[in-house]
Design a binder for this molecule. Structure first.
Ligand SMILES: [Zn+2]
Length: 579
């Protein structure tokens, strides 16, 4: 167990804005920082971070928490590891856990970091000559090579294994990180990468998580060898070069996506520093989300052969789901970006980028070529194909535009496609809908809501009367939040929003509480005492009135005056339903 004081120290000394900024860009807005929520799809930022309160809250999906819970959610880490990761960033020593489960990824990161050192040393050594020469032959100067820490794995069976062992790395950790392979007879380990140019792959925070290795001899198979999936390396969630590109992506407000390592290096060398690579696999939603934290505009460079076109179309649905605009760049003469830049130069690339067409437009053109639109069968299949993606377009103007394109391809009036598009119901996504706080406020619990808002903002106003009112709350959620808040505020303490949210121990309730904390002040801030007084009266008197009415009815019934009793019953039922 990590001592409680340590946890408090980490919370106290860390900056939530600093921690979250490592994962996504945040912009200052008033007293808060805002950004695009990493936990749901959105185009305008509703993810809000408050440095003073040390919590975040998303107005779209109600996710909330502190710096530690953010890291837990974002990296899928258990609490102690998330805490340690933040503690390391701020240089706060946290005593090591004795349990083996804790901190299990740290030795892997350590081994991977040392492996980069080894591969970089080798490319400069005499044994690394083949690697160096290959790199020069491909035209990559020292600057690019050092920016991406390109190294070389020599033709040796245990060079890296020995190096790591000497540095005190446990072979089990090196094996888990995918650096070495255990021999069949279990007599030891041998290096996974041999005789290959090495591309270190980092996560979005710059930590090395894996490697790509290019054979120097084109006849060697496989031409590219990647690290296997490991506790720290998930290929589908990683974009090669993202760490180096992320600032350019924000600055230019666009990203260029390519497939291969050398394509990426070539783009960076010619100044297209907002480029990232998928390492040869199809784009995944996770990769698009990584980019989306920095821009919602992507240029995807696809091979102009049929496979490239198919890959482009396959990714269309993902881009639409994530509400990221994608433009397809098809390079002429079947060249890949590396060859294209080498033979035609950056000017031609800039032109190709300027000519890029929206992926949806490209898709509809390709679809048109696929079917014979003079036959009813062809028309039906074209419409089915188009509808599949048209229904996913969220922006009404874009949707109308492409529906018009599809209609004209079919030689039909646009209304026909429009009416088709209205058919699928349930387009509105669940989850990202109304803010529950707003819905609540409109309801009968305005007084209860107001009491919570006032005491969370002005904790000094909490007294016995407020506590009594909280006990009388009708809304079970607001009551639980109120009781928890009163508990943390006792003794004139200032509100610890993070502790309150954590203490509730229920994600939905925490979201409701954060919603109240982040709610705009609606002007009540000038006269909190009066607001509180009014609301207290309403909550307490309502309860008392009901109580006394009930007592009176009981008394009348006991006295045998039941007709008067039932008359009062009817009246009170009527007045309370009018309220
Ligand atoms: Zn959200």
């Amino acid at each position: 167990m990590i001592p409680k004081e340590k946890i408090e120290e980490v919370k106290e000394r860390s900056s939530i804005v600093g921690v979250i900024s490592e994962y996504m860009p945040l912009t200052k807005r008033g007293i808060n920082h805002v950004g695009l929520c990493p936990f749901h799809s959105e185009k305008t930022p509703s993810f809000t971070v408050n440095e003073a309160k040390k919590i975040f809250y998303c107005f779209g999906c109600n996710t909330t928490g502190n710096a530690i819970t953010f890291v837990m959610k974002k990296e899928g880490l258990p609490f102690p590891e998330a805490l340690r990761s933040i503690a390391r960033k701020y240089g706060i020593p946290v005593p090591e856990e004795r349990s083996a489960a804790a901190d299990s990824r740290e030795p892997l990161y350590q081994a991977l970091k040392l492996a980069v050192e080894y591969f970089s040393r080798e490319i400069k050594a005499p044994e690394g000559r083949p690697g160096k020469e290959y790199l020069v032959k491909r035209g990559f100067d020292g600057e690019i090579a050092s920016r991406f820490h390109i190294g070389y794995a020599p033709e040796s069976w245990d060079g890296l294994a020995l190096f790591l062992r000497k540095r005190g790395v446990a072979m089990e950790a090196a094996e888990k990180a995918g650096l070495v392979i255990r021999k069949k007879d279990s007599s030891g380990y041998y290096d996974r990468f041999r005789g290959r140019l090495i591309f270190p792959i980092t996560d979005s925070r710059g930590r090395v998580t894996g490697f790509g290795g290019r054979a120097l001899d084109d006849s060697a198979l496989p031409k590219y060898l990647n690290s296997p999936e490991s506790p720290v390396f998930k290929k589908g969630e990683t974009l090669y070069g993202f760490y180096q590109a992320r600032q350019s992506i924000s600055r230019e407000n666009s990203a260029i996506v390519v497939e291969g390592y050398f394509d990426l290096l070539a783009l960076h060398r010619y100044g297209f520093t907002n480029s990232v690579a998928t390492m040869g696999t199809a784009l995944t939603p996770e990769q698009i989300r990584t980019i989306k934290g920095h821009t919602s505009s992507v240029y995807a460079l696809f091979d102009s052969d049929q496979a490239g076109k198919n890959a482009a179309i396959r990714s269309l649905g993902l881009f639409l789901d994530e509400e990221v605009t994608c433009r397809a760049i098809l390079l002429s003469e079947g060249k890949d970006p590396d060859e294209f830049l080498a033979s035609l130069g950056p000017g031609a690339m800039r032109e190709a980028i300027a000519r890029a067409q929206p992926l949806m437009e490209f898709f509809l053109k390709e679809l048109k070529l696929k079917f014979d639109l003079t036959t009813p069968e062809g028309k039906r299949r074209y419409l089915d194909g188009a509808m599949q993606y048209l229904s996913k377009v969220r922006n009404v103007a874009e949707k109308g535009h492409y529906a018009g394109v599809a209609a004209s391809a079919l030689g039909l009036p646009p209304e026909v496609v429009f009416s088709e598009l209205k058919m699928p119901v349930g387009e509105r996504r669940a989850g990202a809908g109304e803010r529950p706080s707003r819905a609540r406020e409109a309801g009968a619990n305005l007084a209860e809501f107001t009491i919570l808002k006032v005491i969370l903002k002005f904790p000094a106003l909490l007294d016995e009367k407020v506590e009594e009112a909280i006990e009388a709350f009708k809304d079970p959620d607001l009551k639980r939040i109120g009781v928890a808040a009163a508990g943390t505020l006792k003794g004139g303490k200032a509100l610890d929003a993070g502790a309150l949210i954590e203490g509730l121990g229920d994600e939905r309730l925490s979201g409701v509480a954060a919603g109240i904390i982040f709610k705009e002040d609606d002007g009540f801030i000038e006269a909190p005492e009066r607001m509180l007084e009014d609301s207290l009266k309403r909550v307490l008197n309502k309860g008392k009135l009901k109580e006394s009415t009930r007592e009176m009815i009981q008394m009348l019934e006991d006295m045998g005056i039941s007709d008067v009793a039932s008359d009062i019953k009817k009246r009170t039922a009527k007045t309370s339903s009018e309220k």
